[in-house]
Ligand binder design. Sequence first.
Ligand code: BG6
Length: 492
Amino acid sequence: AIPEPCVFVLFGASGDLAHRKLLPALFRLFERGLLPEGFTLVGASLAAMDREGFRTSVLQGLEQAVGEVDPIEWQAFARKLDYVTMDLSRGEDYTRLAERLAQVDRERNTRGNRLFYLSVAPSLFGTVVDHLGTAGLSRARGGSWARIIVEKPFGIDLDSARTLNTRLHRHFEEPSIFRMDHYLGKEMVQNLLVLRFANGLFEPLWSRRHIDHVQITHAETLGVESRGGYYEQSGAVRDMIQGHVFQVLSLLAMEPPENFSPEAVRSAKVEFLQRARAFTPERIRSECIRGQYGAGALGGVRVPGYREEPGVAPDSGVETYALLTMRFDSVRWAGVPFYVRSGKRLKERVTEVVVQFKPGHFRFPGMQGQEQLGANRLVIRIQPHEGLALRINTKIPGRGLGMREVDLSFLYAQAFEERLPEAYEPLLLEGLLGISTLYTRRDMVERSWELVMPVLEAWSATKAGPNYEAGSWGPEEARQLLGSQGRSWNRE
Ligand code: BG6
């Protein structure tokens, strides 16, 4: 499907995200013939530039992001780019924007359809939305549509998320609001629906009857880079777990949706999170672990601790690592722990889900006392090297029944020739098509915040300092926590 003709208004067009991710993704869609006739991108930001200046800066960003750019494709794409300098806090500037958009409609036949993209500081979200409303830009008119895409963070706690949602709702209806969570655009995350529901093998096993526990690991080798200022107000729970990790978790473990429509899938996800057991002070103490990286080494290079990073307080208590044990009081999942962890400056960059099945019960010759068979593990690798591995026991060749664990595996890069699209490509395309399956609904955002609030409150009440070395697998307590339950991390 190709979207209807429209104008894409990119607020924050001179920013980093726009140049590194959004514009390259739009260019890729263009190359694949997926942008509609007349499509126009109007960049808007405070930077004083003219249209040519904007085009030049976009080309530079593209060359960095995708390498060499075909000059003919670029010429054609560049013609779709327009720019307005505006102060996003000034009402008059939106009147000018509205005039420009009307002019684009006349020249390019974009029919009054608009997609507004907020790639701006969160403190500006409300202001921009209100101004769009006042300038009459938020309401669809006679057959045309107006949608808005909002980048995270959606608030910094439950209250601020509700306030933001209320403000958005003053001017836009929920079906026109697209909350971006780039994890939902990742190929392997989208694949969760197919993996679970298109294979007769998995769904019958997908419950407490056969599954012992689940691990979700989001590990980065990067530290906070230049984002210390932002991260000081955030931390691993707000930055990663409340959003990206809960999205993966809910697609992995929700009940089958009634059908695959956006609303049915999104309802199944929220309903699943509704069943999550609340974090009590006792559970936070015994089942959740926070960490902060101290100095260490990665790939042989010394790196500073979090407290030494630019923009970070020398006595900061912010967590750069978090492990939450999630429990679900449902028939399907009662008694199955879901260990979710996310951390910066860990040993390897990897995001993966591990579904560990219960071990088989047969006793094989040579097994001692309480010894158990190796448990089967399904590893769903979200990045890098997207793919699957199912660990099974197999007989060692030769006499007897001695066994070893081996992997049945699938790698996208081997099975498919085409390049895996960057997360923003499918996301922007779906936004242009008006399909919201890959976007977060209001109730999901609020429920996610509600769940983590007790953890955030408990952790902010006491200060913690560095407790893991950069380049390690995180705090030792996290290893012990699983160990004390007779389990172990897939990576530690
Ligand atoms: C962002 C967080 O949303 O996701 C970053 O703000 C984090 O701190 C990033 O590094 C991780 O995304 P990915 O796609 O690299 O796993």
